[in-house]
Design a protein around this ligand. Structure first.
Ligand code: PEP
Ligand code: MG
Length: 743
């Protein structure tokens, strides 16, 4: 009844004040409360009294509380309901004379929450000491949900009342994080949430809504069954994960909770959301990984159901600003590519780490990324002006004029540096003692190929073929792949390109394959392991590469090779495809060079067996470091615990370079460390002569090596390798400072 009345109120399009006024009157009446008030969260974390029945009307738009201040502020800060029969004796009680509040004994309030964010607080108060029961609190929560949709939709409170407005209670904010990629960007905030907006909250007919819920459940169940069918039945653990998820879909307790919510007058989608919000509020603080897993299963299920129920397929990105700064908790690389790259300026990740693939993609897009900021999503409104200063690992939210001016100066200094690097473009990559170094770029998208010319790099040392696979909605066929690889070779214009075969699994998930559900994906079914277990996939890719080369040289390398037998199997597939091309009379590659990525430490003790069979070795230090130190590269808490410049990693590389030289096999490093001047200095000092890096790093690395006397660096590092230091970074920095090496 109450919900129906509220819906009628909303339908009578009055002014925002009238509508909210009507809402508080209706609620106060229905709940037999003397007071009902709505506080709305304004920018700067201020809660403002927007409507009241029972408090002094002149306090409306005057009474303001900080989040955390008073009982209302406490409800917002904790994002949880509060019911007190003796409110005034609560330690959080804050007295506001303008409201006439002292005469009310009891208080019940609930946060107005949408998609996990507090938008305001709904409160009722009674003069006498009153115990509010659970049902009453639930009623308030349901009303708060309706209010949340109204507020977020801008339908009741004008958008500029909830959006930050310059100058009004708006605090600029500076947040520190971790530099994931350098650079500076100025733009407007876009909050990345796979959030599904619910348009209809109040049910017209409850039985219809229950029916819609059942239909959606059937459809989602069928989706999960399809996934179960499509997966390899032997992959036990993976199957279990999916089956657990499927059990979740059938969980009766959960169904009951959704049905109850619908029974109280909500639509099916609002009921699903409501049940999830309840659960999240209940379990949100839990740190138990098992419970967190369940919660993320539930989030996934909720999103799936909401997509079905709202008939939406994916969030609409067309309406976003031209200068997007995307803010996310964490993100996969394909998700980042969902945004129009022409409008994407910068990225802020609450979590994230330097080697996760979203960071690597962001680097290829040449946008600054600051990660590990902690909670910022809750402090930024869509459209807020922002600066991402990757160089200094900081983010400015709603910056003031002074900050904008100094950032402008920084941008100019950067442009100046770029001009200087451009001047180096045609100069040789040669140390002061005449050692030549080959500098290559890493690429993964056609657009990256333009950097070859612009940087003057010798070629592409690593072409990550998986990125095009990740942005598509289905497996590209041979024709599509060969077109793409052919374009890459055309754009390389005779410079060598090393194609790495598909390296999916781990953190790189193909949308049409789905997550494999490995417990430990980086060490799970990924890269060459998939290629060898599903040879059709690998053979199709090799076929496409051979077709694309058509009379030109072809370099192929296999990722994550852990033993010689794996290389031989992969190589055999390549030979089969070359023979097939010859048989069919298609013009084969002019020459084929075959290489292996050195990422798994076990390979170090098989080099003498491997080397005679390969043309080159490329060291993937991103994975090598994580396997050498058993530290997940995607886990912010451990990714930086061990250093690329540790004597352990450098000694290993020194050994590998020595074996490669003995066998006359080319060796290069294509991990991210190749692109950091001081780390590249360490690599050169242990004998590496070929580096492949993100294009933006070519200038700084070239400047470094052109100012380097390598013989001295070698001597210095040779003594360092024997030490048991955590890292030689400081030693190398001091060396560079003492010898004027530009790092
Ligand atoms: C590496 O592991 O260092 C590497 C270059 O490969 P990726 O980052 O694509 O795993
Ligand atoms: Mg790798």
């Amino acid at each position: 009844m109450l919900l129906k009345r509220l819906r009628d109120t909303m339908a009578r399009a009055g002014s925002p004040e009238e509508t909210l006024g009507e809402v508080v009157r209706t609620v106060a009446n229905a709940m037999v409360a003397e007071v009902c008030s709505i506080y709305i969260l304004r920018a700067g974390e201020v809660l403002e009294l927007f409507a009241t029945q029972g408090l002094n009307p002149s306090a409306v738009r005057r009474t303001r509380l900080r989040v955390g201040e008073g009982l209302v502020g406490d409800i917002a800060a904790q994002a949880r309901a509060l019911a007190l029969s003796d409110a005034q004796s609560h330690p959080q009680f804050a007295y506001r004379p303008e409201t006439g509040e002292e005469i009310y004994q009891s208080l019940a309030g609930v946060p107005i929450v949408r998609a996990g964010r507090v938008l305001g607080v709904l409160v009722v108060q009674n003069r006498t000491s009153r115990q509010y029961d659970e049902e009453e609190i639930e009623t308030l929560q349901t009303i708060a949900m309706v209010l949340a949709e109204m507020v977020a939709g801008g339908g009741v409170v004008a958008a500029d009342e909830v959006q930050p407005i310059d100058g009004i209670g708006l605090l600029p904010l500076r947040v520190e994080g971790l530099q994931l990629t350098g650079g500076v960007a100025v733009g407007r905030a876009v909050l990345h949430e796979p959030r599904i907006a619910i348009q209809r909250v109040v049910a017209e007919d409850i039985s219809v809504e229950l029916g819609r819920l059942d239909e959606a459940l059937v459809a989602v169940r069928a989706d999960v069954d399809r996934m179960l069918d499509a997966q390899d039945m032997q992959a036990g653990e993976h199957r279990e994960v999916l089956e657990t998820f499927r059990m979740f879909v059938d969980d009766r307790g959960w169904h009951e909770r959704v049905r109850e919510a619908i029974g109280s007058g909500l639509t099916a989608e609002a009921g699903v959301q409501r049940a999830f919000d309840d659960q999240r509020t209940r379990l949100g603080q839990a740190t138990d990984p098992y419970i967190r897993e369940r919660l993320s299963d539930l989030q996934d299920l909720t999103n799936r159901l909401l997509l079905r129920l709202t008939g939406r397929s994916a969030p609409d990105t067309a309406a976003l600003p031209d200068d997007m700064i995307v803010i996310a908790r964490d993100m996969g690389p394909a998700e980042l590519l969902d945004y129009d790259r022409a409008r994407l300026r910068g990225l802020v990740l609450e979590e994230g780490s330097a080697l996760s693939h979203v960071t690597i993609v962001a680097r290829a897009l040449d946008i600054p990324v600051v990660g590990r900021t902690g909670d910022v999503l809750g402090r930024i409104e869509p459209g807020d002006p922002m600066i991402v200063d990757g160089d200094n690992a900081q983010v400015f939210i709603r910056p003031g004029e002074d900050v904008l001016q100094s950032i402008q100066a920084t941008l100019e200094a950067r442009a100046e540096r770029r001009r200087r690097y451009a001047e180096l473009r045609d100069l040789p990559a040669r140390t002061t003692d005449d050692v030549d170094v080959a500098l290559h770029i890493n690429a993964g998208l056609l657009i990256d190929m333009a950097h070859l010319e612009e940087t003057g790099a010798a070629g592409v040392g690593l072409y990550r073929t998986e990125i095009p696979f990740m942005v598509r909605s289905e497996f590209p066929d041979v024709e599509a792949q060969s077109w793409l690889y052919g374009r890459v070779l055309d754009l390389a214009d005779g410079k060598p390109v090393v194609f790495r075969t598909l390296d999916v699994g781990g953190d790189k998930v193909l949308p049409y394959v789905g997550a494999f559900g490995d417990d430990n994906p980086a060490m799970g079914w990924r890269a060459i392991r998939i290629g060898l277990d599903r040879p059709a996939i690998l053979r199709r890719q090799l076929r496409a590469l051979i077709l694309a080369a058509a009379g030109r040289p072809l370099s192929v390398m296999f990722p994550m090779i852990a033993d010689v037998a794996e290389f031989r199997q992969a190589r055999r597939l390549l030979d089969l495809e070359v023979a097939r091309a010859l048989r069919k009379g298609t013009p084969g590659p002019a020459a084929v060079r075959v290489g292996v990525m050195f990422e798994v430490p076990a390979l170090a003790w098989q080099l003498d067996g491997l080397m005679p069979e390969i043309d080159f070795l490329s060291v993937g230090t991103n994975d090598l470091l994580q396997f050498l130190f058993a530290a997940d590269r995607g886990n912010g808490r451990v990714a930086h615990r061990y250093d690329n410049l540790s004597p352990a990693l450098l000694r290993l590389l020194h050994f590998v370079v020595g074996r490669a030289e003995a066998h006359r096999v080319d060796v290069s490093v294509c991990g991210e460390m190749a692109g950091h001047p001081v780390e590249a200095l360490g690599l050169l000092a242990v004998g590496v002569r070929s580096l492949s890096m993100s294009p933006g790093a070519i200038g700084p690395v070239k400047a470094m090596l052109r100012s380097l006397d390598l013989a001295r660096a070698r001597a210095m590092v040779a003594t360092g390798l024997a030490r048991s230091d955590h890292s030689l970074r400081e030693t190398l920095r001091l060396f560079a400072a003492d010898h004027d090496v530009e790092i």
